[in-house]
Structures are given as C-alpha cells and as structure tokens.
Write a protein that binds this ligand. Sequence first.
Ligand code: AG3
Length: 280
Amino acid sequence: MTNLWFTEKWSKDTRFSIKVKTHLYSEKTPFQQIDFFNSEEYGNFFTLDGFIMVTEKDEFIYHDMITHVPMGTNPKIKKVLVIGAGDGGTVRELTKYDHIEKIDMVEIDERVVLLCEKYLPITACKLRDKRVNLYFQDGLEFVKDSKEIYDLIIVDSTDPISVGEGLFTENFYKNCFRILSEEGILVNQHESPFYENFKVEMVKAHQKLKNIFPIATVYQIHQPTYASGHWMLGFASKKYDPILNHNPEQWESLNIKTKYYNSNIHKGAFALPNYVLDIL
Ligand code: AG3
C-alpha cells in the first residue's frame, strides 16, 4: 500500500498536501520543473516548480473569474491576448464567445501545452480552435515587439518568483498599456493577501498597475488549492470600471454557460475585506 502525498509550501510554517494515487509524469524543461499527478480528491493536477497550477476539481473557479469578469464588463471584446496559460483553461472560456475574433496566446514553454493536451484535456480542449494563434515565446518580448492592438489582455502567469517574474514588471505593464485599445482591459493573476510571502508580491503588482492605468483594482476568488485559498486577480483598464460599467443584461443575453461566474459573483468579487483595502 503506497502512501504518496504531494506537498506544497504555503508559508514558512504552513504546508498543503493532496494524497496522490499516481505521479503521472515529471520533466525538467529549460524553463521549469513540470509534474502531473492523479488524485482521488482533485482528479488530475499539475505543478510548475512545485506550485499547483491546475487541478481538475477547482480550475473552473479561476478560469471563470479571469475570463468572464472582463467580458461581463465589456461584452463587446473581440481581440484578446493571453499570456502564459499553457494549460488552456483561459482559452477554453474565451472560445465560448462566438463574437471573439482572435485569441493570441503566448506561452514560454511549449512542453506545458503539449503535456496538458495529454494529461489535462479538460482545460486544453480548445487550444486548437481556429481563432487561437499559439506563440511559444516570452510574453515580455512579445508585448515589447507587438504592433497589434487588443481589447483585452489576460496575464495568466506563474508566481513572480519563477519564470513568471518578467510578467510582473513595470516595463511589461507599460507595453501592455501601449498595445491595448482605448477601451482596453488588462486582467492578471495577482497572488494572495494572506501569507506575507505572497502579500508583498500582490502589493507590488498593484502599485505598478495603479501608476500606469487610470483604473486599477483587485478582486477576489476562492481557490482551494492556491495558497490560503484566498486568491486575487487584478483588473486594470483605460476606460471601463468593473462595477460602474458592469453590463449584466448584455452579458446574460449571450447565454454563456459557466460553473462559477454569474452577475452577482461579478459584483461581489470586488467587495474587499478591510485587511485587503488597507494594503492597496
Ligand atoms: N496560473 C497560476 C496562478 C498562480 C498559482 N500560484 C500558486 N499556486 N502559488 C496558471 C494556471 C491557470 N491557468
């Protein structure tokens, strides 16, 4: 009888563990350590450098909220740039919108895409959609050189302590601003306010976005497998406020099927607890 557990460090003195049935695959690429596991409670899940990125059980929360919140604010978005997100969950949600014309996805590590297509088809299922263009390169370089203009940029990155570091820099955010349309929105994964090691990164990212975008705020999700379960996403925008311009009627008329997102969750996610307001 094996007794195999995956354990992730959440803070100096806190760890989170999932009982593993099978360690499906392990590979060190030039960018990072990739591992896939199978478990009873969370189904298949994968980690980058030892941090959980996607589990079959809770991925719908993060992917709904990183995608449908900007779409609910401006349901007319047509051209989208996705950075990171090699598992495909964000792209899967975007492809639910028939009127989205173009989705450029920039993932630094092609191995993540190929392995997720094998072990996590639940998220990777739409990466070969006709509207999706895959670029395997550094997102930092892509936005620096891009001549395209996008309505929405979704930064679905790893933590700033690893290969995702460049995607939390002022330089990167400035280039995102440059290639967004007048009505453009940027949403990014924004770490957690709870444990100190994540909190410092969250505050730094927010300050940088606030200096560049006229509208910059954060919203919260409950993500059981990300450190503390209290995870943030950032919303930065040139024109649209996610609450004042929230467009529930128009979004609801699109009839998009979601497992987590709805118009009340949209509003509620921006209601922040005092300990978060205090550090913004
Ligand atoms: N996004 C990863 C979010 C950050 C995870 N960090 C952590 N567990 N410490 C990529 C996966 C979702 N597409």
